[in-house]
Design a protein around this ligand. Sequence first.
Ligand code: ATP
Ligand code: MG
Length: 422
Amino acid sequence: MSLMRQSKLFTKTRKEAPSDEVSKNAELLIRAGFIHKEIAGVYSFLPLGLKVLNKIENIIREEMNKVEGIEMRTSVLQNKEVWEKTNRWDDNIVDNWFKTDLKNGGQVGLSFTNEEAYSNILKQYVASYKDLPIYPYDFKSIFRNETRSKSGIMRGREFYWKALYSFSKDETEHNVFYEKMKTAYQNVFKRVGIGHLTYMTFASGGTFSKFSHEFQTITSVGEDTIYLDENSGIAINKEVYNDEVINELGLNKETLVEQRAVEVGNIFSLGTKFSEPFDLKYTDEKGEDKFVIMGSYGIGLGRLMGIVVEVLSDDKGIIWPESIAPFRVHLLLLGEDEAVKTEADKVYQELLNANIEVLFDDRVGLSAGEKFADADLLGIPTRVVVSARSMKESGVEVKNRRDEKGGVVSTEELLNNLKNNV
Ligand code: ATP
Ligand code: MG
């Protein structure tokens, strides 16, 4: 249970974001005290920001575990020899590596992706058809020496992601899982509140499949262009958009609408692209050796959080969906009156006792207007005010972040409403 008094929260809201910050997501998140900017593309997550990130992580974890994902964690420092197997250590092939020297000689790289690490580890454990399929995944910080870092936490040089890799016996088994992951991804985006704006998008594949699938969220600040068929909810990325693809997918050019969007996640069939260089094979039921068939499935958690802020905010601040809000309730104490303070403390305790996550604005010396403005900026779904006025009406004033006006209800009614709306 989170115990949180705003007087004890060291972060403060700010009127201005750093002048070099051009993206709305980072601007709002910095002003509200969710993140701290180190340098362009590198952000620290402050207590409020970490709460949101952890909630996103838990939703993704639940959906990955439902499809039999197994969580682990690969190291950030990566072994040069492992990456030489696929030729991806070379800076001419991969130009966004961060690399560093070891004191006693040699070099390591900071993970920019995980395929090699997983293939190398799994090579130690996969031998027979009985060992497959498996779906390991991790949450991890990823490092990319990006040149474009103007999109706040949507494009970091350091960012936090979930990556799952599937290891299957054959194409059929792979395809079944790939379809399950499409649903798992849709579940994630629905649950975090961007399902209505996020579309499965056909994008370029690779040697082993014609297409990969991106999950693109419509927003005017998107770096990608997609062509969306609103009826089927399917889109095509500009990079593969042509008459042949439109026909192949059974879509009609007339009904496709061009949109700007951000890729929040993607899924990819890898075939034997990595199992071959790592000689990752298993022995099948007939005693024959076969290459493992792989797939990769990524979601950027910071990017997802940034997208939510981009698409769900207004001129006053952020509007968090209930599922990933740092707290469910923002309790505001107004005024310095002792009786009101006592009442607010009582409501705070009752919310805690009912296991409802609450941020208690118990700060003194701030006007009602300042507290309201902060509450709007922070974007916690339900605002509850205890003041001399609400006490006169024998209740608390409740307002949803989305609404202009609220109303007075008894504490009992408030608790019931919150309990019935989990
Ligand atoms: P993009 O096309 O946007 O550059 P990508 O195709 O390189 O991304 P992947 O390497 O497949 O992305 O990474 C998987 C997921 O990680 C992406 O779908 C995205 O959500 C997230 N991601 C990728 N790059 C970044 C970044 N620089 N900052 C934050 N999140 C990122
Ligand atoms: Mg991409």
